[in-house]
Design a protein around this ligand. Sequence first.
Ligand code: HEM
Length: 485
Amino acid sequence: MVVIGQESDKSLVAVALVFIKANFVFALFGAVIVRALLKNTYNGHTELDHIALHQKYGPVVRTAPNEVSFASPNAAKDIFAVGKGFHKTWFYSVFPPKHAPDIFTEVREWKHAQMKRFAVTPYSLAQMSKRNPQIEATIMTLMGNLTKYAGGKQNCNLGNLLHYFAFDVLGEVAFSRRFGFLEQEVDVEGSIKNIDDVQWYDGIVGQIPEFDILFRNNPIRPYLPFWKPEPTTMTRIAVEELEKRKQADGTYDSTGIDLLAELLRNHEGNKDKFSINDVFSIAHGAIFAGSDSTASTMQSFFYCVLNNPAVYKKLQKEIDDAQAAGELSEIIQYPEAMKLEWFQACLKEAMRIRPAVGLGIYRVIPPEGAKIDGQFYPGGTEVAVNGWVLHRAKDVFGEDVETYRPERWFEGDAKLMNSHMYQFGGGSHLCIGRNLALFEMNKTLIQILREFDIKLVHPGRPLEYHSTFFVVQEGLEVYLEKRAR
Ligand code: HEM
């Protein structure tokens, strides 16, 4: 396997240049063939393909010459087990920016562990709670947007507003910066579209990362005016934010409570182990990893709840009862939300049936090989598990896995089911942003449900979506009525 990474880029560039010069037509032809082979990711529904493949061929399916996909919950436990030496595949190395891998894209496990150690506290629930005022201000902006649509059967694209909200929260949390998605009610500078395009590329070319050097990271690009690499809007913003904090003496102003400030503080005492490049990449990566994922989960929640009137009715009653009992603040607080058991089951069930990551999560088996679900596989084999498949394990979740049914969380073995939920991944790569995601989603979803009666404009119509890495959704349109308290 050809290895692409920070260290090997130079030699690869030289090899690729010679190769391309001598074999340009051949390289192009090869690229087209590979693209055809990657149709599975290109069609945007890897999650459905994986479900169908496992239904047809069973719990273990060879999806590429050196890649095996697993469906059984036991297999997932083995693959995610901490300390067993499984590490991320080169799939992740394609995600930009190439020169600054973050916690998500770094494929060297030692480096990943080092970065994660310095980021755990800035990402903790305690630190996220300190950013509560900024998050609440963003919630109130969203409520203002929604109020504009209330009454008079105005079509409100709730899905878009939730997407804008997720971005604005990240602007506040990561940089104390107001991105302005909600205020302008637009995709600011096409950022959402931009990230979506980038992820299309990552999802497809990531399947054969060696090809990255022919396309996005082609060494001749900087010399071609029509193909010059341009940073994405969010990358430009992250660079600007770091620059703003640079002081005359070359050090960085690390005061403040946002993620960037806290990472900068961690950098101060640990410059050799936690470089300024690491600080940049982690703050920058937060926007990429945290926006589509959170938006998609909130959209799935509303899609599932609103298409199930009995579930929705019970949810409204739970919230109204809590309100009447004086258990809800003017802006919902996280501990208050955690006490609403039906709401928690509704959210969890949405994350079960439509997890926000639609592609497989890929790992490489360590050199000595490993047993997965009782069977030995040689070292170097690439293995994949897909949340959409794992969350449909009938022996864990019940026979009716295709049905959105929050009741299952009260009837079944909730402990067992919880231990087999992978919406946030697992093991040493468990999502570091889940505290923020759960914090903002719990507060916001209940706030919306308490303040508005919501009806789908097109009940029963499936959301349009495509899975690049995250499941990017479109079409959650609703009518809103302000509720009397
Ligand atoms: C509901 C929202 C979210 C979902 C469903 C989600 C899902 C995931 C999943 C499945 C992974 C594992 C990926 C893998 O192993 O390939 C992951 C990792 C990660 N997520 Fe999230 N995420 C969410 C929100 C966020 C937020 C808000 C942030 C940052 C602000 C974030 C940052 C990250 C990072 C940095 C990683 C890499 C962790 C590692 O490899 O150690 N995520 N996320």
